[in-house]
Every structure is written in structure tokens, then in C-alpha cells.
Write a protein that binds this ligand. Structure first.
Ligand code: URA
Length: 214
């Protein structure tokens, strides 16, 4: 449970700012991923937003540039948010895991999914971030984010487009990770994109409602 001092919600590590989170995650070696990544990548966007979107981990481009969702999956996410009527600048976008995990094949760095243990090691940083950002609700992009946000394995295909609840009371919309859409066969891409946008439209309803962030 976040600690509260001087009216500021503090996460499990008592961090007071996103700069503090960046510095702490840069130094983090609680799992083996951090040692090989260029840098940690924390979230960016609006504070106290109606929506915080959480992906899996930074990709190759994000690792090099230090910003979340700036590569191909990020571009697809941006298109889907626009199609769903969700201005990205009104959201905060982050990841469950703060370092890029990859396997070297020749000179190429190939994405590797984080293990459950690695995602669990990163969870306290994500909780710090949520405590600092104070979103009203969250969107879990894929199974790693869903497990980190609701604390148990979530069957994403069965639960997509549905809201779940976290222990802190915040609602979490479950949907796919945009990179899953990048792997869909060309003939099925339009339909897959439309289904993703339909999921995100559930979250759009929240932007229109009156209750401010906690
Ligand atoms: N995939 C993610 O989950 N996050 C990013 O920032 C980029 C790709």
C-alpha cells in the first residue's frame, strides 16, 4: 500500500518524483535485465490523468531513445488511440518492466519477453509510478501488464475489452499488446486493428465522465 506523507502519495520506495524513479531504475540490478540495457525507460505523459496505459517493456528503439512507445508498436498504439478518440497527451504511457530484455543475434537485438520473476522484481517501480502519476484508471496492454496490474494471471483474449479491479480500487481495462497486432497476417490486420480500437473505446468513456483523478 502506498505510504502518504505531506499529502503526496508515495509508492513502496517512498520516491517523490519521476526523476527520482528514473534514477532509481537506472541503478536497479534486482534482476539481470538492467545490466545489458542502455538505460531504464519510465513512463511519460500527463500527471493525474484519467488513463494510464501500461505495456510490457521498452523495445529496441525505446531503449536507445529513453522514451516509451516510440517504436513500431508505439506508432500503432498512437493510431489506435486516435481512432478510439483518446488524445495521447491526456494519458500517461508506461511499461510494467523498466528495462529492455533482448537476445543478440548477430548485430540485431531481438526482443525477449521478461519472465514472471523479472516482472515481479520490477513491480515495486511500477507501483511507485502509479502512486506518483495518480491515474484514475489503467489500461493493461497485454498479459505482462495485466498480471502486474491486477496481481494474477489474466487470460487476455477472454478478458479483452473488460474492466478488472486492482486492490487499490482502480479499474484496469484489459486489452492486447499492440505488438501482437504487428504479428497478425496482412489479411487479418484491419479486423484486428478494429477490435483493438473497440477495446480502447471502453476506456474513452472514462475520459468523458466527470469524476477527476484520485
Ligand atoms: N512495447 C512495449 O511494451 N513498450 C514499449 O515502450 C515499446 C514496445
Amino acid at each position: 500500500m502506498p505510504d502518504r506523507r505531506e499529502g503526496v502519495a508515495l509508492g513502496p520506495d517512498g520516491l517523490r518524483s519521476l526523476d527520482g524513479l528514473k534514477a532509481a531504475t537506472m541503478a536497479c540490478r534486482e534482476c539481470p535485465i538492467g545490466e545489458f540495457a542502455t538505460q531504464s525507460v519510465i513512463g511519460e505523459g500527463k500527471l493525474k490523468p484519467r488513463l494510464m496505459l501500461v505495456g510490457e517493456q521498452p523495445g529496441d528503439k525505446e531503449d536507445l531513445e529513453g522514451h516509451p512507445f516510440v517504436g513500431p508498436a508505439g506508432k500503432l498504439l498512437a493510431r489506435a488511440l486516435e481512432a478510439a478518440g483518446i488524445p495521447r497527451e491526456q494519458t500517461f504511457v508506461s511499461n510494467a518492466v523498466k528495462h529492455f530484455k533482448f537476445e543478440l543475434r548477430g548485430k540485431r537485438r531481438i526482443h525477449k519477453s521478461p519472465t514472471q520473476r523479472e516482472a515481479a522484481a520490477c513491480l515495486h517501480w511500477l507501483e511507485d509510478e502509479i502512486a506518483l502519476v495518480r491515474p484514475r484508471a489503467l489500461v493493461a496492454l497485454g498479459s505482462t501488464a495485466a498480471r502486474s496490474l491486477v496481481g494474477r494471471a489474466v487470460p487476455v483474449m477472454a478478458e479483452r475489452g473488460h474492466w478488472m479491479q486492482r486492490e487499490d480500487g482502480r479499474k484496469v481495462l484489459i486489452t492486447l499488446h499492440p505488438s501482437a497486432l504487428l504479428r497478425v497476417l496482412p489479411d487479418d490486420r484491419e479486423e484486428a486493428f478494429a477490435a483493438f480500437v473497440k477495446d480502447l473505446k471502453q476506456a474513452r468513456k472514462l475520459l468523458a465522465s466527470a469524476t477527476p483523478a484520485a
